[in-house]
Design a protein. Sequence first.
Length: 305
Amino acid sequence: MLNLFLQTEPQVENLIVPDSVQKARFTQAVTELANIDIKDVWQQMVEWMIWTGIKVCIALVVFYIGRWLLGKFFKIVEAFLTRRKIDLSLRSFAITATKVLGYAALFIVIFNILGFESSSVLAIFASMGLAIGMALSGTLQNFAGGIMILVLRPYRIGDYIEAQNVSGTVADIRLFTTIIHTTDKKTIYIPNNAISTSIINNYSTSTTRRCSWKVSVSYGDDYDQIRDAMMAIIKRDNRILPDPAAYIRIDALADSAVVIEARAWVKNQDYWDVYDSVTEAFYKELPEHGANFPFPQLDVHLTKE
């Protein structure tokens, strides 16, 4: 232990530099600074500025040419996917991903022209990606949700769906969000992670759809006459499908009315037109056949004691 201490003691003493040595080093540094050739330094600065300017100009030219070439390439990819009749949802997602990768490759080339090494640029991108991924974990979940939507295809562009308390037509499926246009012309952006893990009601997957009408009439009205009138209104509409056949039944005996339900099947694209026209016909024509549409009422009986 004593020998070890004696061996390390001179090393500790060598770390202490005498004032005379420090002054000598400082004097040498001042002398070298005073002997600098200003013209040589200026010439080196000018050469560096000119060379840097040339690299920046080359990088700008490469950027504009690369952007033009990428635009042509993206059009070729889109045309290829269209000819292959790739699903519109997958096509939009693939084009977006191709654009991201294309511009990332272009910027790596530009950084190389400016003098940055590829390994350094990739390391920077990797560290940035890790930091951004940790900060935006929800966004990455939305990206994963978009992948699941494209793989499982619970809906496609153009489908009318109901999800997350929103109903509308799917306008686009992007990397992180699904865009829905509602019937009142609103544009709704739903995160892919939320919609991929929720209950989705897709009204466009079937070619046919059932219309259902409920009509309340007063107690005492002639049910058979009203039923025949409702069936006649339904059957005269050529858009109503004969199979399955339409039928009418009493749905409920409510407090103030008898609820009659009519059901009929139509083509998916005719649903709203048929529903609206038949509803209007019920309102206009059923009173002529003895139907009375009651208001909510309460009968009060008074007794004398």
